[in-house]
Design a binder for this molecule. Structure first.
Ligand code: PLP
Length: 448
């Protein structure tokens, strides 16, 4: 087991070489927060403290940590077949996994394209949407529509339709032909609402404005997260997603749900599409797909799209797209074992069972210092804090580091805390998590 010495270096060498993602590298390396093992609801830190996982890693480990069913499936698969290509070749695992996935997917979304991450799932979905429109004789439909504050990973497609300024501003002109819907957060009108907010000034109607501006014949697809997570938990108002669906259908625009965080039981149904009773044409997933154990993503595509693009009697390659590791045998084995756990332990619906208790715990923070808004759905919470003038994000970052010191892993984005614990969480863990966060909020006082 590796350790950290006083200079912030691991026992295997110093920390310079690893350029950490989405991290203040110098700051982290001067005061590292290192996790070395995990079991159930807890990580163990390098200094041997138990850290309650309030974030399922990074919205990944829905079945909790250290699941032997998964590690054993991985070990046995890697011994049996470590890798085999899926370009003009095949092996049984991705077929079996896709079949199992199609059984839990919203009906009709029964074709599965494998990737290695959420970002790749998003770019794959956007490419399929464009290719499909062209295939059905709608080749002028090239525009893609995302949403302000949306997060769709870090590929060029994903950051183009995404709406988070820091993820976009340093990367050039991005994809052309992209528009953005307004985001759906209004703290003034729906602050501290429980579950989905009622307030909606007609946000979905702005899709009609974009259609009026460009004409539907130029628009391929709309992509939204049913619940936005990375931007700080933004909920759709009641009826909003259904209205988006109606407008898309009316104009022949494909609707893509990015379910990288809402998929696999996070909000009380296998997918948000089922929870909100709205059927998109394409769903992107990753993270919970393998419980985070092996990188993998999956794009669920409607039968209609697949049938239109894949002619039964054609000898040609239909989609010039794919990754060396699309349908990797070891990842698929991890995924199959993960689905067994989700099914056997009723984890697809556990968030619904716990959501009232969770909601009460979230809203118990109302009135504590710095708390500006509280939002929740399923086993997701957003705790928005009053920022410090001129220092965006510093209040929440201080809460984050204090929580880690006191024994809980939370996630912060800007001045918003986003919580998404493993779905195996028990009421006692919920109590512990919110007691700890409340204690930190009561005692922090930002200093330079
Ligand atoms: C909604 C959404 N889409 C895409 C992604 C990107 O996934 P990845 O980091 O696996 O590329 C994320 C990651 O948090 C996400 O939340």
């Amino acid at each position: 087991m590796q350790g950290i010495n006083k200079q912030g270096t691991t026992s295997s060498g110093n920390m310079d070489a690893f350029w950490m993602p989405f991290t203040a590298n110098s700051q982290f390396k001067s005061a590292p927060r290192m996790l070395v093992s995990a079991e159930g609801m807890y990580y163990t830190s390098e200094d041997k403290r138990k850290i309650l996982d309030g974030t399922a890693g990074l919205w990944c480990c829905n079945a909790g940590h250290g699941r032997h069913e998964i590690s054993e499936a991985v070990a046995s698969q890697i011994h049996n077949l470590d890798f085999a290509p899926t370009f003009q070749m095949g092996h049984p695992l991705p077929f079996e996994f896709a079949e199992s996935l199609s059984e839990i997917a919203p009906s009709g979304l029964n074709r599965v394209f494998f990737t290695n991450s959420g970002s790749e799932s998003v770019d794959t979905a956007l490419k399929i949407a464009l290719a499909y429109q062209r295939c059905i004789g709608q080749g002028t439909r090239t525009r893609l529509i995302g949403r302000e504050r949306g997060y769709h990973g870090v590929g060029f497609g994903g950051i183009s339709v995404g709406g988070i300024v820091n993820n976009r501003k340093t990367f050039g002109s991005l994809l052309t032909g992209v528009d953005h819907l307004p985001h759906t957060l209004s703290i003034e009108n729906s602050g501290f609402s429980k579950g989905l907010p009622d307030y909606d000034p007609g946000w979905a109607e702005s899709l009609n404005n974009i259609v009026t501006l460009h004409d539907a014949s130029n628009i391929a697809a709309v992509i939204v997260e049913p619940i936005a997570g990375s931007t700080g938990v933004i909920l759709p108002p009641k009826g909003y997603l259904k209205r988006l669906r109606e407008i898309c259908t009316q104009h022949g625009i494909l609707l893509i749900f990015d379910e990288v965080i809402t998929g696999f039981g996070r909000i009380g149904s296998p997918f948000a599409a089922q929870e909100f009773d709205v059927k998109p044409d394409i769903i992107t997933t990753a993270k919970g797909l393998t419980n985070g154990a092996i990188p993998m993503g999956a794009v669920f595509v409607s039968d209609e799209i697949y049938q239109a693009m894949v002619a039964p009697d054609s000898q040609a390659i239909e989609l010039f797209h794919g990754y060396t590791y699309s349908g990797h045998p070891v990842a698929a084995a991890a995924g199959l074992a993960t689905l067994d756990i989700y099914r056997n332990e009723n984890l697809y619906t556990r968030a619904a069972e716990l959501s009232d208790y969770w909601e009460q715990a979230v809203h118990s923070l109302k009135g504590l210092p710095h708390v500006k808004d509280l939002r929740n759905y399923g086993l997701i919470a957003g705790i928005e804090l009053e920022g410090i003038a001129g220092k965006p994000g510093s209040r929440a970052f201080q809460v984050f580091t204090k929580c880690f010191e006191k024994g809980a892993l939370i996630r912060v984005t800007g001045d918003i805390i986003a919580l998404s614990p493993p779905l195996i969480i028990e009421k006692q863990h919920i109590d512990d998590l919110f007691t700890l966060i409340a204690d930190v909020l009561q005692n922090i006082d930002y200093k330079e």
